[in-house]
Design a protein around this ligand. Structure first.
Ligand code: 3H9
Length: 719
């Protein structure tokens, strides 16, 4: 709602109230319409200030209302009435003015912001555009290039930048409402014509066509198939080329196509899913709201390879004091130099002082004795990790949390090396650890809820999207990656090329196709795991049984490449060729194509035409099928957990919502039918066999994703 009071004799103060972010719900919009009317009709009121309660101006339209039948007064005429008012209206912006909130402020005649406020039009990240006049008023106010940047990226700006751009008229360090009231008193007699942004023309850019062509090219390159950024450019173009009323019509038209699109649904699902994963639960019933995290004052990192260095940086940037341990003096010194460089560069980017003093370096494990939490990040080798855990148990003070950065190893087995397995938890970071947003927090069968709560909270402090998952081989992310990659290899056997498979996946929206990703992360990583699992060892790839292992179809293609030292970018050749070892630009490799032909000939395989549809179905549906198995097993609490892992850790296109959301969009029946079809064709591939939960969901009428938990619960209770 909105409250009205008269202050300082002649200022009507309208205060928005809808915690936590004063979103513009139907009730708030009605409140604004009513209070503005009251202020304008009250002869004692000479000017008006609009502010938000609890230190926040407004977080924009109420996203929860999207997808429901809209009621209450619409935003566009409401903002227009404010702009048309004959009394000056001043927006007092504290905290946030985002989306419809900023559009409301742009309808006011003046804007005063607190120095700590952030402003922006982030609609594009919800699959929308600023459709309450934002695309038409902002370019008129700050010019086309700056408006294009803000609207197509959705980035927030500080009050200082907003002042520089001309979005706000004044910035204050003091009480914003007081400053706005004082300002409102001083402008009560001023003429408002020039202050009505819609009356003004866009400042004309020098070469309009070139500017928009460039902008369109840029968004098409970065959008990976998302349509909202393209519509944003089109709407801003209307502002630059049409009178305001026509521009508003264009904005409305473009919004209408976006509003009901699958992409908008997916992106809004992601918005809520990202927040939902913070409300974690464990099969034991332990939950985020009943488990209190422990205070952490000092952390330690063991092993300063690529991962350990990134983790040290991420920890230090939260303000924690960190002991970084590497047993070899030379490696320790190299790591110190690398970590200091990363901290300096990070600080420069964020405009703050580097926190070099927070990190101390040591060769001796004894140095971690007084740490509250230790993250072990040594080489991915169970025997080595076991040894480190045994040593840590002897060195650390009682109650220290012992965390392992592993991408697949058994947390319970590691925990059994310590006298206090309840203090052990997995923290699976993604490289580079100080950049990548995802953190899988892996609880073992004996991890205490308090320890999980602490790791989750630490992840949040590091700016990560932390997802709590259960312990199994590969946890959630890498467990689902296995069938995805395996199918990519089978597709090569059946006639595809790495380029074809990657193109299909990249057109779908993945940041990188599976083969390009494999070249980047190194083929040797998976080879080592397969060797440990007894699947690959030299010579085995040549024999009669090369394409069958452990009773199922197996493709030794990746092993054969590794046997020739083709490890990907690091060796200058893998699924593609590169200019040199460490080169980044991939080129199709004729050697690989003849190798594939020879391989098929040797195994009596006849290459057939594979189309993009088959690539997507076989790679993605098997991954999704494994996702359903993960839900059935209770390794992930809900589909949102899986989806956020894939969006934030594996380059899944956000505008497709994550693999489980995507399955719902495709239709669960269709996914089931295609899996059955492929399983019939390839009965020796168990991953293709549709899992019980998928069948049950289809049998329950394919409910929407937010109702899957009811079916999951039933299936789990019957296990
Ligand atoms: C729009 O304005 C369209 C118009 O142009 C045109 C229409 C015609 N609505 O993120 P947090 C909830 S589109 C409803 O954890 P933070 C959020 O779900 C909108 N709810 O806190 C969470 O609830 P819960 C354009 C909202 O401090 C709680 O508030 N605006 C909204 O880390 C706290 O959120 C945006 O895109 C909302 N608009 O971040 C802004 N906003 O506790 C979207 C938040 O139950 N919002 N909630 O999980 C954000 O970016 C962040 O939430 C914000 C606060 C920066 C505001």
């Amino acid at each position: 709602m909105a409250q009205f009071t008269r202050v300082s004799g002649s200022v009507g103060l309208i205060s928005l109230k809808n915690p936590p972010v004063n979103a513009l719900s139907a009730v708030v919009r009605q409140g604004i319409v009513d209070t503005v009317q009251r202020a304008l009709s009250d002869p004692k009121v000479k000017s008006v200030v609009i502010c938000g309660q609890n230190g926040i101006f407004c977080g924009g339209a109420d996203i929860k209302e999207f997808g429901t039948a809209m009621s209450g007064p619409p935003l566009v005429p409401m903002i227009h009435a404010i702009e048309a008012a004959e009394k000056p209206v001043v927006a007092a912006i504290e905290g946030l003015a985002l989306g419809g909130g900023l559009e409301l402020a742009l309808g006011c005649h003046y804007r005063i912001a607190h120095s700590k406020a952030r402003l922006g039009l982030p609609e594009v990240s919800l699959g929308l555009l600023p459709a309450a006049g934002g695309t038409q008023r902002l370019p008129r106010l700050i010019g086309v290039p700056a408006a294009l940047d803000l609207i197509t990226t959705g980035r927030h700006v500080t009050a200082a930048e907003a002042l520089k751009l001309g979005i706000v008229d004044q910035v204050t360090d003091h009480n914003t409402v007081d400053a706005a009231v004082k300002f409102a008193l001083s402008v009560r007699e001023h003429s408002l014509n020039a202050r009505r942004i819609s009356n003004n023309l866009c400042p004309p850019p020098s070469d309009l066509d070139a500017l928009f062509e460039g902008a369109m090219q840029k968004v098409r390159q970065t959008a990976r198939g998302a349509v909202a950024p393209v519509a944003c450019v089109q709407a801003v173009r209307a502002a630059a080329t049409m009178p305001y009323t026509q521009g508003m019509e264009r904005e409305k038209e473009l919004m209408a196509t976006l509003f009901t699109s699958g992409q908008a649904r997916a992106l809004q699902y992601c918005f809520f899913a990202q927040r939902a994963v913070g409300r974690w639960s464990m099969p034991s019933g332990a939950r985020w709201d009943t488990s209190k995290p422990r205070p952490i004052h000092k952390a330690a990192v063991i092993g300063l390879g690529t991962m350990g260095r990134g983790i040290t940086v991420a920890l230090a940037q939260t303000g924690l004091s960190v002991v970084a341990v590497e047993t070899q003096e030379k490696q320790l010194m190299e790591a110190k130099q690398a970590v200091s460089g990363m901290l300096k560069r990070g600080a420069k980017r964020r405009g703050v002082a580097p926190v070099l003093d927070l990190v101390s370096y040591n060769c001796n494990l004894q140095a971690v004795a007084d740490a509250d939490l230790v993250i072990e990040a040594v080489f991915e080798d169970m025997d080595l990790k076991k040894k480190v855990f045994q040593q840590l148990s002897a060195v650390c003070k009682p109650g220290t949390l012992l965390c392992t950065n592993t991408s697949a190893l058994d947390i319970d087995h590691l925990a059994s090396q310590t006298p206090n397995p309840e203090l052990v938890v997995g923290m699976h970071f993604f490289a580079p650890a100080h950049v990548m947003k995802l953190l899988e927090v892996v609880y073992g069968s004996r991890s205490s809820p308090q320890v999980v709560a602490t790791a989750m909270q630490l992840g949040k402090k590091m700016g990560k999207v932390s997802v709590a998952v259960g312990n199994c081989r590969g946890f959630v992310g890498n467990r689902m990656l296995k069938p995805y990659m395996e199918h990519a290899f089978f597709l090569l056997e059946d006639g595809a090329t790495p380029e074809l498979v990657d193109q299909a996946l990249e057109e779908f929206g993945f940041a990188m196709g599976v083969f390009r990703m494999s070249d980047l992360s190194g083929l040797d990583v998976g080879w080592r795991v397969r060797k440990e699992d007894g699947l690959a060892h030299p010579g085995m790839a040549l024999g009669q049984a090369a394409r069958v292992r452990q009773g199922r179809r197996y493709s030794p293609l990746a092993d054969l490449l590794c046997e020739q030292d083709r490890f990907g970018q690091k060796t200058g050749m893998g699924w593609y060729q590169y200019d040199k070892p460490g080169g980044r630009v991939s080129r199709p490799d004729p050697w690989l194509h003849s190798f594939l032909e020879e391989y098929r000939a040797r195994h009596g395989l006849v290459a057939r035409r594979i189309d993009h549809q088959e690539v997507l179905e076989r790679c993605l549906y098997t991954m999704i099928n494994e996702g359903f198995r993960i839900l059935e097993d209770g390794i992930a609490a809900g589909p949102e957990d899986i989806d956020m892992i894939y969006v934030f850790g594996y380059g899944w296109p956000r505008h497709r919502g994550g693999p489980m959301f995507y399955a719902g969009m495709v239709g669960l029946e269709r996914v089931l039918e295609r899996l059955e079809h492929y399983h019939q064709a390839h009965p020796d591939v168990p991953y293709l066999q549709p899992c019980n939960l998928l069948r049950r969901l289809v049998a329950s009428g394919s409910p929407p994703i937010h109702r899957w938990r009811e079916v999951i619960k039933k299936v789990r209770s019957q296990l």
